[in-house]
Design a protein around this ligand. Sequence first.
Ligand code: ADP
Ligand code: MG
Length: 228
Amino acid sequence: VHEELSKKEKLAVIGQMAAAIGHEIRNPLSSLKGFTQLQLESKSSNSEFYPIMLQEIDRINSIVDDLMYLGKPREIDFKKVDMEEIVNYTISLICQQAESQGVKVETSIDTPIPLVDCDEKQLKQVFINLLKNAVEAMSNGGNLKIEIKMAEESSLDIVIEDNGCGIDAASLENLFEAFYTTKSDGTGLGLLITRQIIKDHGGSLKIESILGAGTKVIVHLPIAHNSI
Ligand code: ADP
Ligand code: MG
């Protein structure tokens, strides 16, 4: 059912978003203010606070980056891309964190996969978000499995499986809510952006999870843009 939001409802949604964004940015800002004041009041410079201050600035930056991604009308730059290359590239970005946490990364590709019509930059963003979530769920080590396989009707599935902390049934409902996060340094925007990009590509995103056992994320993508 197609539902048009009334002007009043739209304003209410914007109001809620603005309040949530304000809240998210105010936390790191007030800690930055505190540290700056501390520096000002003490005669000598306390450089030990700089790493924390930098971290807080980074946090504001990543919130703003994520919001820009959601806010701007996405121009999708469709090109034929090797999905294995994209996946391998994003693995190379997370492999250091994976290694330091004792996470083993394993990839499997069953048959030759045709080139996929997609926006390379946006799909990299998708896999960075999903692989980071998987690694972050395995703080005490584990196995990260990434599988690329053909699916029906000229589409493919990219399956990302971890045996990390898992998600309980009630929380599974909240995953795509803006700012929903269980991490002290999370933005809670990653999955929302990820799902939007996949939808823009005519695909779908499915998340299955068992608390304490692990999580399986299935990215379903059409191979050709005109088949959407
Ligand atoms: P963030 O990573 O900044 O918290 P996301 O939108 O990427 O935001 O994820 C939202 C929440 O979903 C996470 O905080 C976490 O609780 C849960 N989550 C996502 N992926 C996984 C996973 N692979 N294993 C366990 N929990 C996950
Ligand atoms: Mg995330």
